[in-house]
Design a protein around this ligand. Structure first.
Ligand code: FE2
Length: 204
């Protein structure tokens, strides 16, 4: 599979493109979507899926333009109540993409609609090998629970505790967390894959 990070240093924002068998998914796209379109073209991939791990408070996302330019579907946690065209996702929903399966976990806490994405590469095995955690879990830190206009930080912090302990930690030590900011050295890159961007760059 193809799995690559795109890092925008001025915003400390990381987005990701995953691909398999000619299809691609972009997670948390930055506003300038040309980088994904050009990279997908270079890799021979068609962007069919766009996932927002949550509604972002700190940057303008390119999901709408990317959807318009590629025809890809946008996926967003069902709790978002978004009015733009998208697919609501719930716990356990899956998006099959070639030899890859993207499995959603509802992980509220940073925001009410936050989702994480367990990544299954069928060429590696039937279990997730990585989980994209958005702003829910970082290495050594967790997302802020104080940004929602209609929920208290205490409410969200309680949800975050449950998401971490009931959804992410049970995935086990063999599943690598891949999160928003790049300084969260993701050990996923330790496991090179024949056709991916894995191993190209050290983010440690
Ligand atoms: Fe966030």
């Amino acid at each position: 599979m193809y799995f690559q990070q795109f890092y925008l240093s001025c915003l400390s924002h990381a987005s990701y493109m995953l691909g398999s068998e000619g299809k691609a998914c972009v997670v948390d796209p930055q506003r300038d979507v040309n980088i994904y379109i050009e990279e997908a073209r270079a890799q021979g991939l068609k962007i069919e899926h766009i996932i927002e791990t949550h509604l972002h408070a700190d940057f303008v996302s390119g999901h709408l333009e990317l959807a318009e330019r590629t025809g890809a579907k946008i996926y967003l946690g069902a709790q978002a109540g978004a009015t733009f065209p998208h697919v609501d996702v719930h716990d356990g929903d899956e998006v099959p993409m070639g030899r890859v399966i993207l499995r959603f976990l509802e992980t509220p806490g940073h925001t009410i609609e936050s989702v994480s994405i367990a990544v299954i590469d069928l060429d590696r095995g039937p279990e997730p090998f990585a989980v994209l955690t958005g702003d829910t879990l970082f290495i050594g830190d967790v997302g802020r629970p104080d940004l929602a206009p209609n929920l208290t930080p205490q409410d969200l912090a309680g949800m975050l505790f449950d998401s971490l302990h009931n959804k992410l930690l049970p995935l086990g030590d063999d599943v690598d967390p891949v999160s928003g900011p790049p300084q969260t050295a993701f050990s996923a890159w330790r496991k090179p894959s024949r056709s991916s961007g894995f191993g190209k760059t050290s983010y440690a």
